[in-house]
Design a protein around this ligand. Structure first.
Ligand code: SF4
Length: 508
């Protein structure tokens, strides 16, 4: 009897020096990888299905490449999952590598294929997945088994109207050991009702907030705990917009999971002290909030109308009260930013003093509204998709040069964490974190790059000839964004603000 061998790979990216970015220890297992592994049945009819999972960022050797070779005893499907624009070249190269080594079924999915036009690359032996896995994954598996993949999956519908409950099986002990701590990422909710023009989340997951039943999340937590996971990352973007969040947190408290977790909330959390208190009781140890800017005009111009900088201090206060580390995300290089504005931003941040701060360069991510606007205005200067990772300058800023923007990015880290270390009051763990951020940024490496101790094993040059042979390109030209189908537009229009803005409704 034959078997179906599914190789799921989260591709890394090519760093500026051309090497494949890899770390001796990663920060967090990729959530999509284990989500899709958990969506894969153990059998299809009589055929057993085996799954290999590879997070390229944390493989310290190239042994896994053998899984991308034809196996005479099995039908092999290679799926490059969760591929963002800056990982797209790497995904194409791995698919070309697998094809070259006799694998007939290769598919690339994730944010880039969902939101960007890939027509130039279609019909060359690699398929593209344009929709959420829940809508198309079973079809892809069935087609691989039947002998042929379709060139495209999910062209007419990007998002499932309802998300089925999927229980996530945690990574094995050996896989967990590749990370600095045993963690697992879970998506209990998808989508965001807002419309920030730089945001890819609303293009990837839509504006309708959708979630499976909470029992599947609870069962995922139970399995995670049994499997040795010690920290959970709820990777959903706006955990506070999740209609069942209170129900989930109360169940977590009742079951005494004792699993610390990270979550992300929007700034409207400032108006929901009861939820912050509940988060703290359920084990939330860190809350990421996209503060982005302290300039209300800048925020409004970016479509982030719900961010009111005068409320940020309340977020810090509520988090501290609930023993949650506040983590502020900051964007530098908005069109109106100059050096003085960025210095002022740092001064305000130091007054607020969140325990963790991350900095990114404003990046027109392919598929977003901002990308379309900047491209139309001829502002995008970078031609290599590998650089669209929010750490590199990619467009012509009206005031700041590319070099200055990059310098400022690292200076923000060095200055902020130097300040935190000098002003004291940090726990040992927080001090270590601050030292790591400051040291890494001083080496001009982004602290959020994905892991510690970089390794250089292979480079883009090793795959250049294959890329040219299979796709007839050296670099993928900057793509057009894909527009939404009528069905997806209709789902976006069905936002229920009563559910998704409960606090504002309660107080207005
Ligand atoms: S609030 Fe966050 S997730 Fe929502 S659109 Fe804005 S940036 Fe995106």
């Amino acid at each position: 009897m034959t078997q179906l061998r599914v190789v799921l790979v989260k591709p890394s990216k090519y760093a500026v020096d051309g090497s494949v970015e890899r770390f001796k220890k990663g920060f967090l297992p990729n959530a999509t990888l284990y989500h899709i592994a958990s969506l894969t049945p153990a059998r299809i009819g009589d055929v057993p299905v085996t799954v290999h999972t590879v997070d390229e960022y944390v493989w310290t050797d190239l042994d896994y490449l053998r899984w991308l070779h034809h196996d005479p005893d099995a039908i092999t499907l290679v799926a490059l999952v969760g591929v963002q624009s800056h990982q797209f070249h790497r995904a194409l190269d791995l698919a070309a590598y697998a094809r070259h080594h006799g694998v007939r079924h290769c598919v690339i999915g994730g944010p880039h294929a969902m939101t960007c036009d890939t027509s130039l690359l279609q019909g060359r032996g690699v398929s593209f997945a344009l929709a959420e896995a829940e809508l198309i994954w079973q079809q892809i598996l069935d087609d691989a088994l039947a002998g042929e993949l379709q060139p495209l999956y999910g062209r007419n519908q990007r998002w499932a109207e309802k998300l089925p409950g999927t229980v996530i099986n945690p990574p094995s002990t050996a896989e967990l050991a590749r990370y600095t701590a045993p963690m697992l990422g879970l998506y209990p909710v998808r989508g965001c009702p807002y419309q920030c023009n730089f945001c890819s989340v609303i293009k990837i997951s839509g504006r309708q907030v959708r979630s499976p039943d909470i029992e599947s999340t609870l069962e995922s937590l139970r399995r995670a705990k049994r499997g040795g996971v010690e920290t959970i990352i709820f990777v959903s973007d706006n955990f506070n917009k999740f209609p069942s969040v209170r129900e989930l947190l109360r169940a977590m408290i009742d079951e005494r999971f004792g699993l610390p977790f990270f979550c992300q909330c929007d700034t409207q959390i400032a108006r929901d002290p009861e939820l912050v208190e509940l988060l703290g009781r359920a084990g939330c140890c860190e809350m990421y909030v996209g503060a982005e800017s302290f300039n209300r005009k800048t925020l409004k111009a970016a479509g982030k109308h719900h961010n009111h900088p005068e409320q940020y201090v309340e977020i810090i206060r509520l988090c501290r009260q609930a023993t949650i580390r506040p983590h502020f995300g900051n964007i530098i290089g908005f069109p109106n930013d100059d050096e003085e504005e960025i210095r002022h931003h740092l001064d305000v941040l130091k007054e607020l003093r969140p325990t963790v701060a991350s900095f990114f360069i404003l990046t027109p991510i392919p598929g977003t509204e901002q990308y379309d606007d900047f491209r139309k205005a001829g502002l995008i200067t970078e031609r290599n998709l590998d650089r669209f990772d929010a750490t590199c300058p990619t467009w012509s800023h009206p005031i700041l040069s590319a070099k200055r923007l990059e310098d400022l990015l690292y200076q923000c880290y060095v200055s902020y964490y130097g300040f935190l270390l000098k002003s004291g009051g940090l726990s040992i763990k927080e001090q270590q974190q601050a030292i790591y951020h400051r040291y890494t940024a001083a080496q001009r490496t982004h602290p959020m790059a994905g892991g510690v101790d970089r390794l250089r094993l292979d480079t883009a040059a090793d795959y250049a000839a294959l890329r040219r042979a299979v796709y007839d390109i050296d670099l993928v030209p900057l793509p057009d964004s894909l527009s939404l189908s009528g069905r997806d537009e209709a789902l976006n229009r069905r936002i229920d603000w009563r559910v998704q803005r409960p606090v504002e409704h309660a107080t207005s």
